[in-house]
Design a protein around this ligand. Structure first.
Ligand SMILES: [Zn+2]
Length: 292
């Protein structure tokens, strides 16, 4: 049994290499409880959740990291959000059948975008690369090479019960002096892990299985959980963007404006009075708060 829903860092004591291992179970189940996905797509989404948790662990930021794969194929959207507090949500959209085919083919003419939306003050950051690769892991290795310029390897796996992943990253600014081959060896050994082992073994056993001849320091585990970042406030700002006319025509047709969160299923309802307040409060904002 794995320890479940956690992220754990390790470093090689004598080489500039760091690693992360993530296991998601209740977090993954919370996503699967809300929507039934075709098996191939389900596994891709689970792998992408694992990848998002691993990427979040390698970055310093305060806010939300959003990973999006978009294309014109049968799978048109895979989206995972992971906050700096390691709360996650995920969703995928598709049309028709999702066959057992390579990722790039299923998404079709796709792109992979990583956005960091800081909680306050700082600028939004976005990197977009063309989606290349047969698997989610390959697509993200390609992303790291193009966008982060860091040598990174990923191993990902998902099934109906769990999603898991391991990342190895060669750290910059520290040449591999006394042990030139450390990176090659770490990757070679990492590649011997099977999908089943990655899903089933606890972190310390994975480390032992792969790197028992290396000097590894394993850090304490960090919890990961499912949590949707939707809120009435966020829905309100989307409705404001739609504009007063659009909202009035929905009200005229349906009597109330209903918004369902696709990630968690929460329903937000706005009657005529709520809708009026939506726009009334917009006009009462002090001038200093309006953006030009
Ligand atoms: Zn939600």
């Amino acid at each position: 049994m794995t320890t479940g829903d956690s992220l754990q860092r390790f470093i090689f004591e004598h080489a500039p290499i760091r690693g992360e291992i993530v296991h998601l179970d209740a977090t993954w189940q919370a996503v699967l409880d809300r929507r039934v996905y075709p098996p191939r797509l389900r596994d891709m989404l689970g792998e992408m959740m694992a990848a998002a948790a691993l990427l979040t662990a390698t970055l310093k930021f305060d806010g939300r990291l959003i990973m999006q794969v978009q294309g014109k194929g049968p799978v048109n959207l895979l989206m995972v959000e992971c906050t700096s507090n390691r709360t996650m949500r995920a969703i995928a959209q598709w049309t028709g059948d999702v066959p057992e085919a390579p990722l790039s083919e299923l998404v079709g003419d796709g792109r992979l975008a990583v956005t960091i939306d800081p909680s306050k003050g700082k600028e939004r950051y976005q990197a977009i690369v063309e989606l290349e690769g047969l698997s989610v892991a390959e697509a993200f290795e390609n992303y790291f090479a193009q966008s982060e310029q860091l040598e990174t390897r990923l191993w990902l796996a998902a099934d109906p019960n769990q999603a898991a992943g391991m990342l190895l990253q060669r750290l910059p600014d520290r040449p591999l002096t006394d042990d030139e081959d450390a990176w090659g060896r770490a990757v070679h050994l990492g590649s011997t892990i099977t999908r089943e082992e990655l899903l089933a073994l606890p972190v310390h056993e994975i480390i032992h299985r792969l790197y028992h001849e290396e000097d590894i320091r394993l850090f304490s585990r960090m919890p990961v959980s499912f949590r949707c970042s939707c809120s009435r406030e966020r829905v309100e700002s989307v409705l404001r963007m739609l504009g007063r006319d659009e909202i009035h025509s929905i009200l005229a047709e349906q009597g109330t404006v209903r918004v369902d969160c696709e990630f968690c299923g929460s329903r937000y309802e706005f009657d005529r009075i709520d809708a009026e307040q939506l726009f009334a409060s917009l006009h009462s904002l002090p001038a200093a708060n309006t953006r030009h």
